[in-house]
Design a protein. Structure first.
Length: 290
């Protein structure tokens, strides 16, 4: 398993509510990786386990809360690298969870290893194409052929040297001895320049296209508070693991409701943890700071 890098994804310009929830993959129309799921507390290991369970070899994290998966690595990197993978996974500054329209891309396939030289010595093939060693008589024939070839080459060189010596004067000038010409040294060739994939500019949808007063149908389900049914401004995580609008869940608890609004199970405590990744994703998506 290996980390590939940060790569651009298609900017659909529309709703991203096509993702499934909690590991249930749904079709990601208009994206490089064909399936997507979302979770308010996404981690690299969580996305990897979703991909393995669903039989995918390539997986990526985006927006801090989404997990994409597929099997075509070449397609996943086809738009080139991106510098927008700035989101960290929930409560972890060491794990990258992508960014706006940008994937932190991983692969379950091992990296290619260099080929090792053969451990067995090379052998000749006989007339039946079976590997065999040379016999002593065959070795003697090969040596004789090599000696004859060398003798012929030496004779040709001697003849050429005599003919060139007869055409040239035998006298040597003094200046040739004092200033012998130095052989020219070959100039080192410039190293090949690396091919850098073309950067694809990514843009966030226009501010006027989405505002917090828009209907909830324009936003992904993970942006909507289960209590208020509106886009969250201060998302927090309760002890049940679900995310709510801070003011709404505080009033819920103050009114004596010590059960989860989602599961109706008792809340183990009243600690509320800010969901910074989800808040950043909402702010980027609607085009304003919450």
């Amino acid at each position: 398993m290996s980390y590939i890098g940060c790569f651009a994804d298609y900017h659909t310009g529309g709703s991203i509510s096509i993702c499934g929830k909690n590991g249930v993959f749904r079709g990601s129309q208009g994206r490089l990786l064909p399936f997507c799921t979302s979770n308010g507390t996404m981690y690299i290991e969580t996305c990897r386990n979703y991909a393995i369970a669903s039989g995918y070899s390539v997986y990526a994290l985006q927006w801090g809360v989404q997990c994409f998966a597929g099997n075509d690595l070449q397609l996943a990197i086809s738009l080139g690298k991106s510098s927008n993978c700035t989101f960290h996974c929930q409560d972890s500054v060491w794990e990258g969870c992508g960014g706006p329209w940008s994937n932190d891309l991983h692969s379950l396939l091992p990296k290619l290893q260099p080929m090792e030289p053969p451990s067995q010595p090379l052998m000749f093939l006989n007339h039946n194409n079976d590997p065999t060693h040379l016999t002593p008589s065959q070795i003697g024939i090969v040596i004789c052929v090599i000696v004859v070839v060398l003798f012929l080459i030496t004779g040709i060189c001697v003849c050429l040297g005599k003919s060139n010596g007869a055409a040239k004067p035998s006298s040597v000038h003094a200046e040739d001895i004092e200033n012998p010409q130095q052989p020219q040294q070959p100039q080192p060739s410039a190293p090949p320049q690396p091919i850098i994939p073309e950067q694809v500019p990514l843009t966030v949808p226009p501010r006027a296209a989405r505002t917090t007063s828009s209907t909830c149908h324009d936003y992904p389900p993970m942006f909507i508070c289960p209590i208020t049914q509106d886009v969250m401004k201060e998302p927090v995580i309760a002890s049940d693991g679900h995310t709510y609008e801070k003011e709404a869940i505080e009033k819920w608890i103050q009114n004596g409701r010590n059960v989860s609004p989602m599961t109706n199970q008792p809340l183990t405590n009243n600690v509320l943890v800010p969901n910074y990744n989800l808040k950043s994703a909402i702010a980027t998506y609607v085009g304003c700071d919450l």
